[in-house]
Design a protein around this ligand. Structure first.
Ligand code: GLA
Length: 394
């Protein structure tokens, strides 16, 4: 039941073939950027919190070349339409929708003074879309890396990730935090990307124990973060902080929240309780992981899910069902912890488990989820993988 992750080399070959077939061009630059899964620290990257994602071995690959004109001509494996747009002028939003992630990144390069030459490109992905696994951040980071190749430049990784985040804000209208673009840009094999979102510093934390497996279960309930729920949550946290009267959530204690409970009012009081609790849980999880203290890690992941479900209200019935199945398998069956991952309102769960039981756990998750919902989930395991990189340039 565990799906096999497509090989990056195969994706690269398919991207080159797509470029040839759809645009009659030969790849001279190929860039790849991964999606991410978050182990813990949800909806607190925009609250100066800590988050603990890693780059998964599922990628967006862009293969292309300069075309000697002032236009970008871009085709994707998912859409019959070829987007053609003039890249010699400041970028604006326009159809097709997916092209805005590219336009946003190009606008970021233009704002830094780069002149973008016309190019042909073909895009292919092994990251399920709308599954809470940051396919949009991967598209942005892959595009930025492709442009580095095209312009023969290397941007500082942090600067590149922030440029991609701005593209998401300005061209996709999702006021996201820094987690997804940082995970996609900074990811490394066998490393978690522990981010202190107050300082904006990522720390690469070893995660190489072969006895541990991370299972990602896509509920197939698609989320759309641009439809307002995400922005509303972010606003609640800003209101909460203003009412509590502190400069940063890092200075806020649990008793600050309980002391201001009525003034905060519902739902801002519950949103605030989530933020303070999740910051503490993520710090505790980082310590637990360092000590291989799985007995502590499981309950922290469980408390994170419950708080996202009840206080932050970003879970949904299907995510709750998938987490509940994992919880029922329990430590006897090899499950260490399970929770929803990413922005929520659908998407995926993450289950940390013993490798020897992973196949069995995946089979149970699939069978019981189908029985409960009638939906066939997509289930795969992933290990921390290399972040955005130029695969080749000739
Ligand atoms: C989305 C956003 C991230 C983060 C998560 C929730 O993935 O892009 O910045 O806020 O939701 O943790």
């Amino acid at each position: 039941m565990l799906q096999i992750n497509p090989n990056l080399a195969d994706l690269v070959a398919d991207a080159a073939a797509g470029l040839r077939d759809r645009l009659n061009a030969t790849a001279s630059i190929t860039a790849a950027a991964p999606g991410r899964v978050n182990l813990i620290g949800e909806h607190i990257d925009y609250c100066d919190g800590f988050v603990m994602p890693f780059a998964i071995d599922r990628y967006i690959v862009i293969a292309g070349c300069a075309n000697g004109t002032k236009d970008a001509r871009v085709a994707t494996a998912l859409d019959g339409e070829i987007a053609v747009f003039d890249v010699s002028v400041p970028q604006q939003e326009a159809a097709p929708k997916w092209s805005n992630y590219l336009r946003g990144v190009i606008a970021g390069f233009q704002a830094k003074g780069y002149h973008i030459p016309g190019f042909d490109a073909y895009i292919i992905s092994s990251i399920p879309g709308g599954a809470g696994l940051s396919s949009s951040a991967a598209l942005e980071c892959a595009m930025a890396t492709f442009l580095e190749g095209l312009l023969d430049t290397v941007m500082d990784t942090r600067e590149k990730a922030l440029l991609c985040q701005k593209a998401e804000h300005d061209f996709a209208h999702v006021p996201c935090g820094i987690m997804d673009q940082f995970a996609s840009a900074f990811g490394k094999a066998n490393r978690l990307v522990l981010i202190d979102c107050q300082s904006g510093e990522p720390e690469l934390v070893p995660f190489e124990n072969p006895d541990l497996t991370v299972i990602i279960a896509n509920t197939m309930v698609h989320h759309e973060l641009s439809d307002g729920g995400y922005a509303a949550r972010r606003k609640h946290t800003e209101d909460g902080l203003a009412i509590i009267g502190k400069k940063s959530w890092r200075e806020v204690t649990e008793s600050d929240v309980t002391g201001a409970w009525d003034r905060l009012g519902d739902p801002v009081n519950r949103r605030s309780r989530h933020v303070v609790g999740e910051i503490a849980r993520t710090q505790a999880a980082a310590t637990a992981l360092e000590k291989n203290d799985f007995g502590s890690l499981g309950p922290l992941m469980a408390a994170s899910h419950d708080s996202l479900r009840d206080d932050f209200e970003v879970s949904c019935k299907e995510l709750d069902i998938m987490v509940e199945i994992a919880r029922n398998i329990g430590s006897v069956g090899g499950v260490i912890g399970a929770r929803m991952t990413g922005g929520g309102f659908g998407g995926s769960t993450v289950t940390l488990c013993q490798s020897s039981k992973a196949a069995e756990i995946a089979a149970t998750l699939a069978a019981e989820y189908i029985a409960a919902t009638g939906i066939t989930p997509q289930i795969f395991a992933s290990r921390p993988s290399q972040g955005a990189h130029l695969v080749f340039k000739s």
